[in-house]
Design a protein around this ligand. Sequence first.
Ligand SMILES: [Zn+2]
Length: 243
Amino acid sequence: MFARIRSFFTYLSYRSFLAVGSMYVAAASLIGFEMLAVILGYATIWPVGAPLAVIAIGLYVLAKRLLANWRRSRVTIDLVSNDSTEVSAEDESYLLHAIEVARQSRANGNHPFGAILVAPDGTLIEGQNTVVTSGDPTGHAETNLVRRVSAQLTAELRRASTLYTSTEPCAMCSGAIYWSGIGRVVYALPEQMLGAMVPAQDGEPTMDLPCREVFARGGSTVSVAGPAVIPEAAAVHEGFWDS
Ligand SMILES: [Zn+2]
């Protein structure tokens, strides 16, 4: 009789071992082996350990999901907080200057984009688009401007400066602005409006990636203002992309 009872318990513990073992395999694939080692510690005091292990797995998976959600929401908050500056009347006059540079780019046989940088010491530097005349597809107005600015201004001045551009900077130009450490960007025409104007030529004519996203992914503190509703910003493109 005693032997029977003992073999029944041996059978039970064998079943438990299988159950807990398969639970561990499932848990390892979910949460990784480091956490599993902790749970194994709990489970050594079976049968109290197993429910604790289940609770620990549940809590850990839940915490991991909550943390991931919180991180995602942080990115959104950062994107919004980059909108802390608005387009002032002074900004608008500088945007009109940038659009005038875009008009000059077009008159010189290039694409109708222009940018200027205004430093707190009164320095004003212009950047035209040179894609056609230089034969360099990376000759965007902002990238050209950033190269010029970086050669002329210190890092401190760049940080305190504002870059004005006729159209929202593309991902490449946003990257250049980010690496140069320019503190603020103000743009007139949004990228999506440009995308609607430019026909699909060879491959993708524009990138559908807002500059705020590029800056936020870099974790930088570039503040962005725009789009600014200025009729001249769209007018400078009129008839250019039709052919
Ligand atoms: Zn660009």
